[in-house]
Write a protein that binds this ligand. Sequence first.
Ligand code: DLL
Length: 432
Amino acid sequence: MYWDETKECMPRENLEQVQLERLQSTLYRVATHVPFYRKKFKELKVDPDGFRSLEGLRNLPFTTKDDLRNNYPYGLFAVPLRDVVRVHASSGTTGIATVVGYTKNDIKNWADMVARVLTATGVTKDDVVQIAFGYGLFTGGFGLHYGSERIGASVIPISSGNTKRQIQIMQDFKTTTLICTPSYALLLADKMMEMNININALALRYGLFGGEPWSEEMRREISSKLNIIATDNYGLSEVMGPGVAGECSQCNGLHINEDHFLVEVINPDTMEPVEPGDLGELVFTTLTKEAFPVIRYRTRDLARLLPEPCPCGRTFRRMSRVIGRTDDMLIIKGVNVYPMQIESILFDIKGTEPHYQIVVEREGRLDKVTVLVEVMESIFFDQMKKQRQLIDHIKKKLTSELGIDVDVKLVEEKTLERFEGKAKRVIDKRNL
Ligand code: DLL
């Protein structure tokens, strides 16, 4: 079993000492090898050699996605390309891709961190792991692959897509662990039910899901439909890929690999730290990366740190699930709303399917939001009166929990688009 107890359960003071030493060498590395950071340090009068305490982190410059784009493709690499053994890129939905690189050592550390995340769920060398994340420039497939091999599991690198084949292989190869996005897990579950497959006859025990936000209600739905323990894991290519943080079997927050990453939570407007435990934007500084170190990378992901110790014994702090991104936030009549809040509410309403889409338009200066919800066939073909009642019920729920009015439209089962990778829940027609 890949259980790194001496590190993962390290007393806080020792951990902070390790973090400080690693931060010092990261600062030295970027100041020496990356002109972008050298210039920023000079502007902010940061002396990387005089860095003596973790408190000083607050004086360091932030790095943003735009900085990565402006240095496309290799401008922020801290080693010559000859030392880079792997390149990944994230396309994002707009603009130039961001490109990241790994040395041999980075790949080793990455595999170790993903191995920790798998182990925390309960996966061991006895498991058969089906990786239904895309293999390619996306970090999901390869990241989870190397981590699964590290623990000695039997890996099925099926990659994403081809749902029928996924199911066939899951049955024939006796997959015990499914790895993909939560939305794809749900799609697989629904497809299996449609095919009348007896879930209990499968060998499936665990699911590790990540790459996109999902709600607690969605976890319940996936766990019960597939009869598995479903955990959340988080990461982003700019910082490393999957393996930045993952849940243990308590299923109550994601342990951050704090010996490799420093985490901060800031108020995205003031850029000051939030009060401990408050919601804010996650900011990561890498501590061991050689090819592509980042200093105070602003993720735009919103989460909180959970200060209480975890019963599992790990001392690495936990973050809550990511509830959304600052750029996904909708402002409706002055109220901030995240798609995840809408998801949580919909999942609890009887008669609806867990498939929805949020359409945002602009009327005058205000955002108008319409939520499209799939409903069970029986309801869709029912009398208008019943449909009306359901719409009213959903609207009431959304209004009372979010404090805003949204329009609701019921659509037939299976009419909304399904996704094999990351789901796109918000259709933004505002042309902002
Ligand atoms: O999605 C890395 C990854 C792959 C993580 C597979 C976990 C599993 P990117 O394509 O760079 O990398 O996208 C990163 O996806 O900033 C979040 O907005 C979102 N994201 C990733 N994991 C989660 C999660 C990979 N567990 C972006 N919950 C991040 C919510 C997540 N959002």
